[in-house]
Design a protein around this ligand. Structure first.
Ligand code: HEC
Length: 275
């Protein structure tokens, strides 16, 4: 599948976390979706493979799977084989494993940041100052990462990029979200050298960080609670209970500036996600 960017409007409002207007993001009744989790992942997987999910029914998902399964080049068919139960329902763990290990081999996404920028344009400060095509934000304390994070957004291309920063302001990893024609988001991660990888780092309450598989970890936050569509660019902090601190990542003392403020560069807006 070729990733094509969509025209605006590009949902960047946290409220897109809930698709149907009447759903309350904090109502526990909304949390366990009407849509089965396994079906939602299967639909996502079919979209990654086939590029569409509009009105995709059970048999179409199955057809996309079958096509993938008979492809001799398919990564690890045994992983895929493990996704169906005898009763025909899909096994969530199998789907997640397949997505983490295999989707990257089939999705035709850029395999390096150099290629990413060839396809979607340069997002760094220098280029953005010239073109104004990208907007850039510095989040001294990202709710997701609990450290400094720099985000770039290109509305026209429906692409977002997020760099996780070290205290030295060096880029530790680059994550990207590309909105595909199916409406599903494609999640990409690149390491410090700019090579595509299948994992990203997330903070633990102890204060260190752990590696989590991609896109599985991304799918755990960037989705709508009611219909479980993986199309949420900026998840709702409140609904996901992202507090912006943990015992291992305490907030800076009141009145003091955040150490990551020093990473601010010309052309960037500083965004504080603090409670
Ligand atoms: C714990 C929940 C969580 C997980 C897991 C998660 N994200 Fe996010 N993501 C967020 C939140 C919250 C934001 C809003 C900015 C912030 O707080 O850092 C965000 C923002 C982003 C942005 C910037 C969007 C914009 O336009 O500003 C990108 C890109 C992104 N995430 C990519 C990913 C990728 C790729 C993964 C998987 C490797 C992932 N995220 C996993 C919660 C999460």
């Amino acid at each position: 599948m070729t990733i094509v960017a969509l025209p605006p409007p590009y949902p960047v409002n946290p409220q897109v976390h809930i698709e149907s207007g009447r759903a309350d993001a904090l109502d526990p009744g909304t949390f366990q979706p009407v849509v089965s989790n396994a079906f939602a992942h299967a639909r996502y997987m079919a979209a990654v493979l086939g590029g569409t999910d509009e009105a995709l029914d059970d048999s179409q998902v199955e057809a996309a799977f079958a096509k993938a399964a008979i492809d001799p080049k398919l990564c690890q068919p045994e992983l895929f084989a493990g996704t169906r139960r005898p009763d025909g329902s899909w096994l969530l763990q199998g789907l997640k494993a397949w997505l983490n290990v295999c989707a990257a081999q089939k999705d035709d996404a850029p395999s390096s940041l150099v290629q990413f920028q060839e396809r979607f344009g340069r997002f760094d400060a220098e280029a953005l100052l010239k073109s104004g095509e990208w907007s850039a934000e510095l989040h001294p304390r990202s709710r997701a990462k609990l450290v400094g994070r720099r985000t770039f957004r290109n509305m026209a291309r429906s692409v977002s990029v997020a760099q996780t920063l070290a205290p030295s302001c060096e880029v530790l990893e680059t994550e990207a979200i590309v909105r595909t024609p199916s409406g599903h988001l494609q999640f990409l991660v690149y390491d410090a050298e700019g090579k595509r990888v299948d994992h990203a780092f997330f903070p633990t309450p102890r204060g260190d960080s752990i590696s989590r598989p991609s896109p599985q970890s991304c799918l755990g936050c960037h989705y709508t609670f009611d219909t479980r569509r993986f199309n949420v660019v900026i998840p709702s902090y409140a609904a996901l209970n992202l507090r912006g601190s943990s015992p291992g990542h305490p907030l800076p003392p009141a009145g003091s500036s955040d150490p990551f403020d020093a990473c601010l560069r010309p052309g960037e807006t500083i965004v504080r996600d603090l409670p």
